[in-house]
Design a protein around this ligand. Sequence first.
Ligand SMILES: [Zn+2]
Length: 379
Amino acid sequence: MDWMTRRKFLTAGGLGLGAALLVPGVLLAGESAFDLALEGQDLLAAKEYARAIEVLHKAVSLDVGNEWAWGLLGRAAYQSGDMRGALTSFRKVLGLNPDDVYSRMMVDVIQQKPLPPREKHETPLTPLEQAAKKEEELFHARISEEKGMGYQVRRLVLDPGHGGFDSGAVGLGKLQEKDVTLDLAKRTAGILERQKAPFELFMTRTDDYYIPLSARTTTANQYNADLFVSFHINANANRQPNGLDTYFCSEKASSKEALRVAEFENSVIKFDKKELVQKGYVNIEDMLFRYERRRYWEAGGKIAGIVQKNMAARVSMKNRGVHSANFYVLRRAKMPSILLETGFISNPEQEALLTQDAYRENLAVSIAASLSQLAGGGV
Ligand SMILES: [Zn+2]
């Protein structure tokens, strides 16, 4: 549909009329703020940013309360590299509609890089811009207050790593990672259930079958979980390394070792390549998600610290600490997520420990204790 057809369609639908009524003087002149915004939107889609900016400036000068036109102007300015102009426009939108998540995100994204110096002839902030800026400060103050109140887990997903044909790492004594992770997750769930922990619990698998990495996260997202815990056992070509690690998700690995572990855990992805290609994935949704997940990853880091500390205090394995890396199973989770590497199956002594019921139970007790703490808002 070209823009003329759409314009007729929208006018017929009453939208155009409504906008025209808001600016009666403009209707006589032949072009309303609404029409101009529509034209600007088409120019923006055609990547004609300079012309879009010109037309949208006219639109907002005719109707200063038109948040749609301000939003389009912000996008056009952003695309043309005018960060200060984009910031002003998105702030206007937030002044008019504090719930506009897209503009909120854009203000945040733009402010992460230093702005070019203000030009001399530029006017100081208008009352509307000042109000928008004030509102933005209040929003950030509220967010940091929420952080201080603690993160409370109400819905928990336990994810036993590997399964089915994907055995995970295998020890010299033939102990398979997939069996230990399933048993550990089941024990943890059992302890939490017996303790009547105040949250709902879900497991991504309860038996020996294969689940693609992406399906594990999708399940957790659909379940609307507050925390995703993936169970794994570490391995190394060298038999010496031993100990416990807890990981959270980050774009870049925190060390070479973290990168190696993530590469191993991600390697199963070759079996579900089809799911990697996300056709029709809307870019804006992706941007919003990238924005939100910074907070999930930050919370994941804090939670990882608690779990690691409790595990290391209870079981006799070296504390290798908390690290971060880009784990496929964590990166698409719409909630904080952590990945446990509870010992090295490649180290014969640790493989022996990991076969013991008492040892597994001890580990599960320490993990359950951390999770119970989180149910009480312990972060
Ligand atoms: Zn694993």
